[in-house]
Design a protein around this ligand. Structure first.
Ligand SMILES: [Mg+2]
Length: 390
């Protein structure tokens, strides 16, 4: 079997209203799909993390840098291809865009293997350890509003997420230490003291401000404090982890087993959030997962992007063992977008795929698709309609 072509599709549409996180506001939603064709007529699909115009740069890396290196190679030789590409790009990028680009290609190679094997992806990853995965809703994004206005919006949104049956929810913070505590406290009051609530600062803080916020969170029964400080600031991560009761979560901006090894060795996190579409694909995710498991760090995948990313993550999560296991283990969760209708999730696939319906009908749980491969094949007309070339 041979790889005959690798194409990138960057999709984009304008949102009704601007959304944001601690680093920026954005008006467009993007997704970056990768299509790998073979001489046997099997096509694999993958996805690269990287929002906005970063996706355009990644498209260039996929098509103009990586494609010439591996065109003609056997797509089933995933390890060989991963290491060949990583090794040739190593001097120019051990993290960031080259690895995001490689991730999408690697995922497509797994889709090809699963399609050739006539099995759903999860069977190749070890089979199911859990039939259904609890789903948490992320939403409550920042907007250009005052803190008081945002408190009202967040309360509303928190109620909606709860009503949709999600098992837990996550809100953005990063407006300033005092403002953040006000925001979190208003959501906490709205949903009750026991509902599982997480907060995400997207590395808005230095260590001392993060400590101030974290101490406030410690009093509000918050399940995790995500990306409190810059991803490369291992020392602050370590200190926060030691001093705060609230779990420290992170890793969405960490890459490959090499980067993850440092994050884990430096004792930075209580909860690992690997991003399969960014850290190097499924081939590398499995190694990062083994690293986290061997250090007894629970994994709750970071999920961003289209239905492809959601479907892949369901396959990964369904095969992930409970850590450490028992009659009443703390389960991993699927992260799911609850902001205004995300058509890249709801309308992309040829197959029927609705997490929202599953969450609603299965009391907050979702299961992977039983179709062969990843289980999702994007509709070509949909791609045409939303394709964006800059
Ligand atoms: Mg995050």
């Amino acid at each position: 079997m041979k790889i005959t072509s690798i194409k990138s599709h960057v999709l984009r549409y304008e949102l009704d209203k601007e959304l944001g996180y601690s680093q920026q506001y954005y008006k467009h939603r993007t997704a970056h799909l990768v299509e790998v064709e073979t001489d046997e007529g099997i096509t694999g699909w993958g996805e690269c993390f990287g929002p906005g115009n970063i996706a355009l740069a990644n498209k260039y890396i996929v098509e103009k840098v990586i494609q010439p290196l591996i065109k003609g190679d056997d797509p089933l030789k995933k390890e060989y291809i991963w290491h060949k590409v990583y090794n040739l790009l190593r001097d120019s990028g051990q993290k960031g865009m080259p690895i995001q680009a490689l991730s999408g290609i690697d995922i497509a190679l797994w889709d090809i293997l699963a399609k050739k094997s006539n099995l759903p992806l999860y069977q190749l990853l070890g089979g199911k350890t859990n039939d259904k995965i609890p789903v948490y809703g992320y939403g409550m994004m920042l907007q250009k509003k005052t803190v008081d206005e945002l408190c009202d919006l967040f309360k509303n949104e928190a109620n909606q997420i709860k009503e949709k049956n999600f098992k837990a929810m996550k809100m953005k913070i990063g407006m300033g230490p005092k403002e953040d505590l006000k925001l979190v406290s208003s959501v906490r009051d709205t949903i009750g003291s026991e509902f599982k609530l997480m907060v995400d600062a997207n590395h808005a803080y230095n260590k001392n401000d993060a400590l101030y916020v974290g101490k406030g969170l410690d009093e509000m029964n918050i399940y995790w404090f995500e990306e409190p400080v810059a991803p490369e600031d291992y020392d602050s991560y370590k200190e926060l982890k030691q001093k705060l009761k609230t779990n420290i979560a992170g890793g969405e901006a960490e890459f490959t087993k090499y980067g993850w090894n440092q994050l884990i060795k430096n004792n930075c996190i209580d909860i690992a959030q690997p991003e399969v579409c960014g850290l190097g694909g499924i081939t590398e995710y499995l190694k990062v997962s083994a690293l986290a498991q061997s250090n007894f760090i629970p994994i709750v995948n970071h999920v961003w992007g289209s239905a492809i990313s959601v479907a892949v993550n369901l396959h990964l999560l369904t095969t992930l063992p409970d850590m450490p296991g028992g009659l009443f283990p703390t389960k991993s969760m699927l992260e799911f977008d609850t902001t205004e209708k995300n058509i890249f999730i709801t309308d992309l696939a040829e197959e029927k795929f609705s997490i929202l319906d599953q969450v609603k009908n299965k009391n907050g749980f979702a299961s992977p698709l039983e179709n062969i491969g990843i289980g999702i094949n994007p509709n070509k007309d949909f791609i045409k309609k939303y394709e964006y070339n800059g």
